[in-house]
Design a protein around this ligand. Sequence first.
Ligand SMILES: Cc1cc2nc3c(=O)[nH]c(=O)nc-3n(C[C@H](O)[C@H](O)[C@H](O)COP(=O)(O)OP(=O)(O)OC[C@H]3O[C@@H](n4cnc5c(N)ncnc54)[C@H](O)[C@@H]3O)c2cc1C
Length: 381
Amino acid sequence: MDLDFSAEQDAFRAEARAWLAARVPEGPLPSLETEEGFAAHREWEARLAADRWSVVSWPEEYGGRGADIFQWLIFEEEYFAAGAPGRVSQNGINLLAPTLFDHATDEQRARVLPSMATGEVVWAQAWSEPESGSDLASLRSTAVRTPGGWLLSGQKTWSSRAAFADRAFGIFRSDPDADRPHRGLTYLMFDLRAPGVTVRPIGRLDGKPAFAELFLDEVFVPDEDVIGEAGRGWRIAMSTTGNERGLMLRSPGRFLAAAGRLARDWRTYGDPADTAVRDRVADALIGARAYQLFTWANASRFAAGETIGAESSLNKVFWSEYDIALHETALELMGSDGELADGKWAEGYVFALAGPIYAGTNEIQRDIIAERLLGLPKGRR
Ligand SMILES: Cc1cc2nc3c(=O)[nH]c(=O)nc-3n(C[C@H](O)[C@H](O)[C@H](O)COP(=O)(O)OP(=O)(O)OC[C@H]3O[C@@H](n4cnc5c(N)ncnc54)[C@H](O)[C@@H]3O)c2cc1C
């Protein structure tokens, strides 16, 4: 096994680092969960896209660099190390785009991907419903056939960034008579400003509208916005969840940068006599490095043509629990300064608490690990 980078990879890293060093805004942008911050982050996406850094792994025809998975990971490491802004387009780039690459037509890819790459169109994920989260297949929103397309009705919830986003992708029940709940579902894209759509923002604990509920009343969607075959939406959706839990969502670059910051804070705030906190800082550094190596190992398997399937659940449980432990350590180390000095650790902690819930709850991930990876008997449901 060769753990060294090639000269070409080193050159790619140097190019990314130089670009970011010259362009990352000096101060933080306003929160992307506000209208002003959303607009500022959209502009940042356009700056990234202008030099083909917004979607490095996409083919050039859609705005990417055709970078391989290793270059993509290198870019992520540099991005977080440079303290660059959060990505307002991440739902589209990380969830919808891989689905389009796998299941869409050439026409759909050519129509949807370039404006996603520039941040001109920001996408929201409309999967969850008030009674359908973990048991997503029980969803009740409908897609009813109409000449030239479909009429969507029902309610979606917890749609991140939908308060300010432009379009959404989701699954809808198109055949109420199908013999199983996960059959007869169709995967569609729709406009959040179309007639019949009501977007009601949901405030977070800090009041910022990080989510929205979507009320749909006979919203027309043309046939050209159905992804894959009508009625086969479940299979398509399941290929997206692997991306969400696995490689894409929580890049090791993010944790390496956060653990590095924690170690620097330890040097400033740490009490050498408090070996318990010191050990947890060391654990955070080791955890970030272990996660990085695990991700690189998975990337090697992808590059060799393998898939990771149910193993993405291991990743999901790890990154979500690691994130909470890292932030708890930081808050303990910094005491009241953690909340008062710059607020970044406290804000990160509140968001980390949601990690075991979104992208599929950890209880469900543990069931998947038990049944599909360890071959244990199915639990009672
Ligand atoms: C920060 C954040 C962002 C989100 N963004 C989006 C988004 O953009 N788009 C979107 O569509 N959704 C989004 N969601 C919703 C998210 O996908 C759901 O919250 C999640 O799937 C859980 O569903 P639920 O909330 O209905 O909880 P439930 O499914 O009701 O679960 C409640 C509890 O019961 C447990 N449980 C349920 N079934 C079982 C079982 N069979 N075995 C063991 N335990 C079980 C769960 O693990 C959980 O602990 C987001 C959520 C959060 C927190």
